[in-house]
Design a protein around this ligand. Structure first.
Ligand code: ADP
Ligand code: MG
Length: 474
């Protein structure tokens, strides 16, 4: 009997069915369709991205065992996600989504032979002079403008992104630097710009890469003595998107090579798009000449989404997954998760899963439990106001005094401590800390942090202040 995708999958199913609850089998395995079998890799089609993430998170071991039994140790599994949205079926999505907070596994960490398509560059080093090569963009079509919802918090960045996508290299937003806290949509927006450009200008070479991967490739090229090829490769690109450039901090070799690539691209009218978790003024250990390049174009911030935006993001997510959920539940989630869209989505995904699994209505009580889990996991952040209050109380002065322009030593020290703790315990930028603590600038805050560090080492009394105060914040 010849081995086909169908026969392999049917045997896997028989095994899986013996090992899990009937309801789970029905929900998560019956809808899967085997598509093809080649090179010992079985491709299966799953109904949605959520479905795929769920399988990876909960059934990856079981799938591995079943598949290895059928195909041996070299077995591979490829997911094809049937896309319900605008992209239709024309491009099966087979890559892991790097920023998904759900499966904590990345392709490398999985100890199973289940692999998505190798997300690495096929061959980052091409023969010089050949312009006609195909460079895989590494873009995720699921991150597009259509599902990047607009709100006050992202309007500037989103519009700038659109403008760049309409005329890559042809606006003054070059580079475009998108910055903001964790989970606020930097990676999504960066992909969306790339996807849109590919759509409008299919002939342009677009490349998305994380700063981390870029750094690894660079180090590798130095080892192999192919640094020039590395530079040359990147200089061929029309639209270069580098995600999380804060990763470059302290890495002078990588910064140096990026500087050269950047200059070349910029001079030739190519577009550079960068993301970072900090504004340029707050980036540390990045060379001045590079920082000044970052500032040539536009730096646009992604801020925390307001309530309305959070609601629309949740509703959109539910709509795309074809799930209905009562308004009061959606409102509850939106009200309680405020500073991270990834967590917002994570909470709603948990709720969807619970209801689909247990086949029961989502109650407000369940929503409370789920939200609590998310809010607890993210260490509660103390506010800058609270810090100023605690420090002022400790030194028996009022907040106005702490913020005042006086140069009296004990007041200056209290203020510096407040800045120091604000840096330590909040995610606020130096600039924003400065402006909230007596309208100082970011350099003053930086100086305050250094002074506190120094005094902590040399002054016993001062160290005591820090210890006492630290206890009050933890
Ligand atoms: P970051 O790179 O800033 O950490 P991501 O781009 O990974 O954040 O976004 C986290 C999650 O939030 C992703 O699933 C993304 O699709 C979603 N998201 C962020 N902003 C929006 C938005 N404006 N509309 C819809 N989804 C969003
Ligand atoms: Mg990101």
């Amino acid at each position: 009997m010849s081995v086909t995708a169908n026969s392999v999958w049917n045997n896997c199913l028989a095994f899986i069915q013996d090992n899990i609850q009937p309801q789970a089998f029905k929900t998560w395995f019956e809808p899967i369709k085997p598509i093809k079998l080649s090179d010992n890799a079985l491709s299966i089609q799953v109904p949605s991205k959520f479905f795929y993430e769920w399988l990876e998170e909960h059934y990856v071991k079981l799938l591995k065992v079943a598949l290895t039994k059928e195909l041996g140790d070299t077995a591979k599994l490829v997911y094809i996600i049937k896309m319900e949205n605008t992209y239709g079926n024309r491009e099966p999505f087979t890559e892991k989504i790097p920023s998904s907070n759900r499966g904590n596994m990345t392709a490398q960490e999985m100890d199973v032979p289940i692999k998505s398509k190798n997300p690495e560059l096929k061959n980052p080093f091409v023969i010089p002079g050949i312009r006609n090569i195909k460079i895989e963009s590494q873009l995720n079509p699921n991150y597009n403008f259509d599902n990047f919802l607009e709100g006050d918090s992202n309007r500037l960045a989103r519009s700038a992104g659109m403008a760049v996508a309409n005329k890559p290299g042809g606006t003054s937003f070059n580079p475009l630097l998108v910055f903001g806290g964790v989970g606020l949509g930097k990676t999504h927006l960066a992909h969306a710009i790339g996807v849109e450009i590919k759509d409008k200008y299919p002939e342009r070479t677009v490349l998305y890469i994380s700063a981390e991967k870029f750094t690894q490739q660079y180090i590798e090229s130095v080892k192999k003595n192919t640094r020039n090829d590395f530079i040359h490769f990147y200089q061929l690109i029309d639209v270069l998107i580098i995600d999380d450039v804060q990763f470059f901090s302290g890495k002078s070799g990588t910064q140096d090579v990026f500087f050269h690539i950047f200059n070349h691209l910029h001079q030739n009218g190519k577009q550079v798009i960068l993301t970072s978790d900090k504004a340029p003024v707050d980036m540390q250990d990045i060379e001045q000449r590079l920082l000044s390049r970052f500032k040539w174009g536009l730096s646009a911030e992604l801020q925390n989404p307001d309530y309305e935006t959070r609601i629309s993001i949740l509703k959109n997510k539910l709509y795309r997954d074809g799930v209905e959920m009562p308004d009061d539940i959606v409102e509850y989630v939106a009200k309680h998760i405020k500073t991270n869209i990834r967590e917002l989505e994570g909470a709603i995904i948990s709720l969807i899963a619970q209801s689909s699994f247990n086949k029961k209505e989502v109650t407000l009580e369940l929503a409370q439990q789920v939200v609590e889990k998310f809010v607890k996991n993210t260490k509660r952040e103390v506010s800058i106001d609270y810090i100023q209050k605690v420090v002022s109380d400790y030194f028996e002065m009022d907040v106005a005094t702490l913020q005042s322009k006086t140069r009296k030593r004990h007041i200056v020290q209290a203020r510096q401590l407040a800045m120091f703790f604000a840096k330590k315990f909040t995610k606020a930028s130096l600039a924003s800390i400065g402006s909230q603590i007596g309208k100082r600038d970011h350099a003053t805050v930086l100086h305050a942090c250094k002074t506190v560090d120094n005094l902590a080492e040399t002054d016993k009394q001062f160290r005591k202040y820090i210890e006492d105060l630290t206890k009050k914040f933890s």
